[in-house]
Ligand binder design. Structure first.
Ligand SMILES: *[C@@H]1O[C@H](CO)[C@@H](O)[C@H](O)[C@H]1NC(C)=O
Ligand SMILES: *[C@@H]1O[C@H](CO)[C@@H](O)[C@H](O)[C@H]1NC(C)=O
Length: 539
């Protein structure tokens, strides 16, 4: 950069020397022509900026073909499932479902969807976890709804209950969150659930004996057929964490989480991985040129070159101002060279010294509140079951934030990924249509490989009625990736929401993306001053 800036400054100076040499009469004509050209371009640029802004306001990310070297859909359309045999290689993987006895109906609806769209072919086992024993009815009916192996586990009491949950402090903390209107804040069980998924599910003996897990919630829906093995594909591509929806957290639920996570990283001397950038706004990359009437004129300076140029311009203006004052003695405006210079001088005289460029700063970064929505996760168990993550969880636990605030396991997992994984190790399952509560992602179908649905031979659930419903899937699109997806009618995809989280994901993953370096204003100022001074002596 240093070298580059010097070159630019020299160029700038050379250019102005040359202009001195051009015969003065040509200058007014040139100015008129240039003015027309500039005015024309400004009109063109303004219009194109306007139209691209209009698009930003109503983004259609779901129409974007998403592929890059770092991450792409594993396959487009359907794999040929008829080639798959029961005794073919399976991954060392399981579904994990945390549920209560009274959630049987919702559990069955999730299972029905999962079996219909995926597990009828693959027969991955289920692990059900609960903080009380599952009753016999629950176990019997669940088992009757899959051919796969099912295990039921009890959560150790200290993995569910807070040590101090009978204390005055605990009760008050949780209660206050109700008064503050924090979503799920006053629900003790919700705090327990978030803490359990943050720190303990991966420690359960039934989960720990697997290498991979797929987290499933009661009452979720899948919209597409998944005809390949997601665990084996992840393994093959060096992926450790997979998601299908990314959303923004409510700030009130995690006011201190980002600060504490930064503290932990510093304390442990950890290095942030490239996925960290997904979750932060780099305040340093945006500077407001904040000096009274200069504001409207220059607006945001976005990069080092713009900033160098602006400093240089100001140095020249100040120089000019000094010389003119000397020349005119009494600073008599009527004797100034021409109107343009007059204007520059008026501008310069309002600037006593070079403006300071400021950015609001919290370590130069701010949590943008985005996170992978962790009610769906396909990931390696040892991503969490390892000493570094253990230490992180213990650190968070000691702060009491699991009850003093209402930390979700989603932002905790996501921020932890920031020091655990590089972008390349995370996979966007764009081809998995998924709904939880009212939020849904449902992709378009791929033009390629829309193979005909074939029921698994030894598959007895769900019934034919289901198959009838899924028979008429959506028409394929050139940008589609899905296999036999049927999206809910009037579906508005979360990819197209106003939040720009996926934008960031696409951008950081795109080929040829370069991380902008933090801008050091003081260094630029020093450099420009020095080079400018040297340039003056050169002449
Ligand atoms: C479920 O129970 C019915 C009888 O009630 C039985 O015919 C069927 O085979 C069972 N299904 C499974 C998958 O165990
Ligand atoms: C499955 O993975 C776990 C954890 O990595 C390992 O301990 C276990 O031996 C594996 N089981 C098989 C059958 O490979």
């Amino acid at each position: 950069m240093l070298h580059f800036t010097k070159q630019r400054i020299r160029l700038f100076q050379k250019r102005s020397i040359k202009i001195n040499q051009i015969h003065l009469k040509i200058v007014p004509i040139l100015i008129i022509i240039i003015t027309f050209i500039i005015a024309g371009s400004i009109i063109l640029i303004t219009n194109s900026v306007k139209s691209s802004r209009a698009n930003d306001k109503n983004p259609h990310r779901s129409l974007v073909n998403y592929k890059s070297k770092k991450d792409s859909p594993f396959i487009e359309g359907c794999a040929d499932i008829s080639a798959l045999k029961q005794d073919d290689l399976r991954a060392n993987a399981t579904f994990v479902i945390l549920a209560r006895n009274n959630e049987l109906k919702d559990v069955l609806s999730s299972m029905e969807s999962l079996e219909r769209h995926f597990n009828q072919w693959f027969q991955y086992p289920y692990v059900f976890l609960n903080n009380v024993e599952f009753d016999e009815n629950f176990q019997k009916i669940v088992k009757n709804n899959t051919n796969a192996k099912v295990e039921f586990g009890l959560i150790p009491s200290n993995h569910w209950k807070f040590e101090n949950e009978d204390s005055w402090e605990f009760k008050e903390s949780v209660e206050i969150q109700g008064d503050q209107g924090i979503m799920y804040g006053p629900l003790k069980n919700y705090h327990s659930m978030c803490r359990f998924y943050s720190g303990f599910f991966h420690k359960h003996e039934l989960v720990r004996k697997y290498k991979w897990y797929w987290r499933v919630e009661p009452d979720v829906k899948f919209f597409c057929d998944l005809t390949y093995d997601p665990f084996l594909e992840m393994e093959k591509h060096g992926k450790k964490y997979g998601f299908t929806i990314m959303i923004k957290e409510l700030w009130e639920t995690v006011p201190n989480l980002f600060r504490l996570t930064n503290g932990f990283i510093k304390e442990q001397g950890l290095k942030k991985k490239s996925s960290w950038d997904l979750f932060v706004e780099n305040i340093n990359n945006k500077f407001i040129y904040n000096r009274g009437d200069f504001d409207s004129r220059y607006g945001n300076l976005q990069n080092e070159d713009e900033i160098s140029d602006r400093f240089l311009e100001l140095l020249k203006i100040q120089d000019l101002l000094k010389k003119t004052k000397k020349f005119n003695g009494q600073n008599d405006d009527s004797k100034l060279p021409n109107d343009e210079i007059k204007e520059l001088i008026t501008k310069a005289s309002t600037t006593k010294k070079l403006p300071k460029l400021k950015g609001e700063e919290i370590n130069g970064e701010r949590y943008n509140l985005y996170h992978f929505w962790s009610n769906f996760e396909i990931a390696r168990v040892d991503l969490w079951d390892n000493p570094i993550y253990d230490e992180y969880f213990q650190y968070l636990e000691r702060t009491g934030g699991f009850y003093k605030e209402r930390w979700g396991d989603a932002p905790i997992h996501s921020l932890a990924l920031g020091f655990l994984l590089n972008l390349e190790e995370i996979h966007y399952f764009r081809d998995i249509g998924y709904q939880h509560t009212t939020i849904a992602h449902c992709p378009s179908n791929s033009l390629k490989n829309q193979l005909i649905y074939k029921q698994s031979d030894n598959f007895q659930f769900p019934n034919k009625k289901q198959d009838k419903f899924w028979e008429n899937y959506d028409s394929p699109k050139s940008y589609g990736v899905g296999c036999r997806c049927k999206c809910p009618s009037g579906h508005k995809d979360i990819e197209d929401s106003d939040n720009d989280f996926l934008q960031k994901w696409f951008e950081l993953n795109s080929d040829g993306y370069h991380k902008p370096r933090p801008i050091n204003i003081n260094r630029i100022e020093r450099l420009v001053r020095k080079t400018y001074r040297n340039g003056q002596f050169d002449r």
